[in-house]
Design a protein around this ligand. Structure first.
Ligand SMILES: Cc1cc2nc3c(=O)[nH]c(=O)nc-3n(C[C@H](O)[C@H](O)[C@H](O)COP(=O)(O)OP(=O)(O)OC[C@H]3O[C@@H](n4cnc5c(N)ncnc54)[C@H](O)[C@@H]3O)c2cc1C
Length: 123
């Protein structure tokens, strides 16, 4: 959730409605509605914008429940190795693996064309 927690403006709300903001769970055991009900947070399928803070905390709780083995580590280098791939982390660890899934989000691709830079500074 670091894109949401660290790169989005405080106070913003999601564009998508509540019913369209669930994280994928085939059995629908932990939808946004479930989370808000558990925490006593306001929720409506439509017409009640979801605050960034609610969505971020839902995402982190979803991860804790569904993928508890997750390790949060910055990967700085990926290269081919005879066994598959060699990964180097910011801590200097080297990991050999047969599979790599790259899902780094959009934060690294931040670019504002010069023509729009002045408008971006004003907002
Ligand atoms: C302003 C904005 C509003 C949006 N509003 C909505 C909405 O209302 N409803 C909706 O459904 N969608 C919305 N989206 C889109 C949706 O949030 C994104 O499509 C979704 O978060 C993408 O998920 P992701 O896992 O691909 O990437 P991200 O959520 O960006 O996650 C990528 C993760 O990879 C990590 N990472 C990056 N580089 C490395 C590295 N080298 N090593 C280790 N980890 C790394 C990052 O820290 C991050 O945690 C919005 C997006 C934006 C920007």
């Amino acid at each position: 959730m670091s894109s949401w927690r660290d790169h989005m403006p405080r106070g913003m709300s999601l564009k998508s409605e509540g019913f369209a903001s669930d994280l994928y769970d085939p059995e629908r055991r932990f939808t946004l509605r479930h989370y808000c009900t558990e925490k006593g947070l306001p929720y409506n399928d439509v017409g009640a914008p979801i605050p960034l803070e609610t969505f971020s905390s839902y995402g982190l709780e979803f991860q804790r429940r569904m993928v508890p083995e997750l390790e949060t580590t910055l990967v700085t280098h990926v290269s081919r190795a005879p066994e598959g791939f060699c990964i180097i982390t910011a801590k200097g660890e080297r990991v050999l693996t047969s599979v790599v899934v790259v899902a780094t989000g959009i934060a690294h691709f931040d670019y504002i064309p010069a023509e729009l830079a002045a408008a971006a500074r004003k907002s």
